[in-house]
Design a protein. Structure first.
Length: 251
């Protein structure tokens, strides 16, 4: 039975992807900080599951995850969070934790699992980025930058693997607004949500299995990505400033 590891599996896209892979016959390793949520999810799955309560801001916990479950065929780097506010006013410790999860944990899991997957004869990695990766985003500046890192790292490593004919493939999911807990955690009012986690998970897994690199599950975001290529960045960042400023929560 193939085995998949999903980070941030306790809710949102991670939970939806776990359910979809379970329906495809995958044994799953579910990891997040909230054990109770993982336990409830595990009860809904039909294939064998492993619950790992882990804090991905702790590098030793990340290493321990790999040591405990080295036999992974599919790695879903889904865990992520954001911090909303002006750069000079946001709390550095919160931002640092965000960078630990969005960048360092993902980076280390890729670095550890790619050689293991190659030795096992192959594997697939899906890194969850965001449509934010295509822009610079005032009021969510560190979050946007972290998602750009995920996109650029994934593209570069994918090319390295392709050149040496590695049996490991890398895909990146870049959704727009999704019905998740991101707004609550980041401290922003994201307004209307356009996509359900189940819909995004369906397209993400399908794209990963077909070895697509960039998976953008929404026509609006596809158009937005196109605009990011033709609009001067100085213009787009000014537009985004006004859009993001309007997302500030009001008491």
């Amino acid at each position: 039975m193939p085995k998949a590891l999903i980070t941030g599996a306790s809710s949102g896209i991670g939970e939806a992807i776990a359910k979809r892979l379970d329906s495809m016959g995958y044994e799953t390793v579910l990891t997040a900080r909230r054990t109770d949520r993982l336990a409830k999810l595990s009860e809904k799955l039909s294939c064998p599951t492993h619950i790992v309560t882990a804090d991905l801001t702790d590098i030793e916990s990340v290493k321990g995850l790999v040591k405990t479950h080295p036999d992974i065929d599919v790695l879903i780097n889904n865990a992520g969070l954001g911090v909303y506010g002006e750069f000079t006013e946001t709390d550095f410790l919160r931002e640092n934790s965000m960078l630990d999860v969005n960048i360092r944990a993902l980076h280390l899991l890729m670095k550890e699992y790619i050689p293991l997957m190659e030795k096992r004869g192959g594997g697939k990695i899906l890194n969850v980025s965001s449509s934010a990766a295509f822009f610079s985003g005032p009021f969510l500046s560190s979050y946007y930058a972290s998602k750009a890192y995920v996109l650029r790292l994934s593209r570069a490593v994918r090319e390295e693997l392709r050149r040496k004919k590695s049996p490991v493939t890398i895909s990146v999911l870049c959704p727009g607004p999704v019905e998740t807990e991101f707004g609550e955690v980041s401290g922003s009012n994201l307004g209307k949500k356009t996509l359900s986690p189940d819909y995004v998970a369906k397209l993400a897994v399908k794209g990963m299995m077909k070895n697509r690199f960039s998976i953008v599950p929404d026509i609006t975001m596809k158009c937005t990505r196109f605009l990011s290529k033709i609009l001067p960045e100085a213009l787009s960042v000014r537009v985004l400033y006004n859009i993001q400023k309007a997302k500030k929560k009001t008491n």
